[in-house]
Write a protein that binds this ligand. Structure first.
Ligand SMILES: C[S@@+](CC[C@H](N)C(=O)[O-])C[C@H]1O[C@@H](n2cnc3c(N)ncnc32)[C@H](O)[C@@H]1O
Length: 264
């Protein structure tokens, strides 16, 4: 992206900012969540996996690298999909991954195309999430599995934290999205096969600052064309986002599910 001003860095939508800084988005629970999905949902070289609202495609790349499966990913953010495509041309993927810009509420695939859909922290972001869930069920084969990792509230965060989250994410997370809220939502089309709920790790402010600086140093080449002020704004926004998300984790838990699509 051709960044012209400091304001542009602050105004970028959150998914675009993730792609802009070359951050590997990973589902709640990180790589252990992906290992759990592979094992519990039986993802193998014969699987065909859709990474729903994939952002830069970290989950599908990791799954395909580890199992040899084919896959596709879809996201509304053009910048995220550009980053996912760039990362998937590595020879190790041998053309097995196909990333598209699109809306999860209207999937550009025929019924029954996928053996698995992975959905890391995405239904909270999707505005028409019920239609997206119906679409997810439609593109799964009979016997297909939905692998979810979601953040659920266990306590009500203060309004000031919700304001900060709205600034970071572009939407205001609803404290009503508890574990049972998500269970009832998925029950519209799916039955639970496996579940796992775990607390989220909390970091100190120093750890978050160090991690943000380390990220900027590791990805220096990305920021070569930026002015000192633009680089500083990028670091400040990255650190601000991590502080706010870290604070939010005190009120949340991480839920993983493998769900069986219900045949109607
Ligand atoms: C927090 S990210 C999750 C990314 C990834 N699934 C993961 O586990 O890290 C949420 C993503 O949802 C995407 N998104 C939001 N609404 C969408 C929609 N209607 N259709 C497709 N993607 C959408 C955003 O662009 C963003 O990349």
């Amino acid at each position: 992206m051709n960044v012209q001003s400091v304001e542009q860095i602050w105004q970028m939508a959150y998914p675009d900012f993730v792609a802009f800084i070359d951050q590997d988005n990973s589902p709640p629970g990180g790589e252990p969540t992906i290992s759990w999905w592979i094992e519990r949902a039986g993802i193998s070289a014969d699987s065909h996996v859709l990474d729903l609202a994939c952002n830069t495609g970290f989950s599908s790349r990791t799954i395909s690298r580890r199992t040899g499966c084919t896959g596709a990913g879809l996201d509304l953010s053009a910048m995220s999909i550009a980053a996912a495509r760039a990362a998937s041309i590595a020879p190790i993927f041998d053309g097995r991954l196909d990333y598209r810009i699109g809306d999860a509420a209207s999937l550009p695939w025929s019924a029954g195309e996928f053996s698995h859909v992975v959905a890391g922290c995405c239904f909270g972001f999707i505005s028409d999430r019920e239609r997206a869930l119906t679409e997810t069920a439609r593109v799964l084969r009979p016997g297909g599995k939905l692998c979810v990792s979601a953040l659920a509230y266990i306590d009500t965060p203060p309004a000031s934290l919700l304001d900060d989250l709205q600034q970071c994410l572009g939407y205001r997370p609803a404290p009503a999205r508890t574990v049972s809220f998500w269970r009832e939502f998925f029950a519209l089309h799916f039955d639970v096969a496996e579940s796992w709920v775990e607390p989220l790790p909390i970091n100190s402010e120093d750890e978050l600052r160090d991690a943000a600086v380390a990220h900027m140093l590791r990805h220096q080449h990305r920021f070569d064309g930026l002015s000192v002020e633009q680089r500083e704004a990028t670091l400040v926004r990255l650190f601000r986002d991590r502080l706010v998300f870290n604070e939010n984790r005190r009120y949340q838990t991480c839920c993983r599910w493998v769900l069986n699509v219900r045949s109607n």
